[in-house]
Design a binder for this molecule. Structure first.
Ligand code: SF4
Length: 157
């Protein structure tokens, strides 16, 4: 197996993210729930956390309830890892499956979305991470895995 350097993984990931349009976030926090991400994103997030002297944050189910189901990366109503936020956060408001009350215009076409997801899965497959899950909930539950998998469908190889 070819070892892909961290810088190359991050560069490929950023190129994928570049294809996802962004719109002005109103920081309403309505989309903040337990979220899940994949190996390439974990590498990217870890790199950012280390460089910015931040801690990796996960909550148990109970802690999530106490935190009113808000993401542990929310600080003063802002995402502390916004620059490296995972694909599920980036897709919020730009695909029909992840709606945003402040952006009713779907910005990605089905074709663009499928292309992004294919590239994303290819990257995670290249680093043997297609079945590795990380996220804001300590114990990533089946429900979150299934919901995310439905959005980021693994491509058949
Ligand atoms: S990681 Fe950031 S963008 Fe994603 S849900 Fe948490 S606070 Fe929001």
């Amino acid at each position: 197996m070819k070892i892909i350097p961290k810088a190359e993984i991050i560069s490929r990931l950023n190129k994928i993210y570049d294809h996802i349009p962004s719109f002005e976030c109103k920081h309403c926090q309505q989309c903040s729930n337990p979220i899940m991400w994949f190996k390439a994103e974990q590498i990217n997030i870890n790199d950012y956390l280390q460089k910015h002297h931040l801690c990796f944050r996960t909550l148990s189910e109970e802690e999530f309830q106490q935190n009113q189901m808000k993401c542990p990366y929310l600080q003063n109503n802002r995402c502390a890892i916004y620059q490296v936020r995972p694909i599920v956060c980036r897709l919020q408001g730009v695909i029909p499956e992840l709606t945003c009350p402040f952006n009713e215009t779907v910005l990605l076409s089905k074709e663009q979305y499928h292309l992004i997801v294919s590239e994303f899965n290819l990257l995670n497959r290249d680093i043997c991470g297609i079945e590795e899950y990380f996220g804001t909930r300590k114990e990533i539950c089946k429900q979150v895995v299934l919901k995310t998998q439905k959005l980021i469908k693994p491509v058949p190889f």
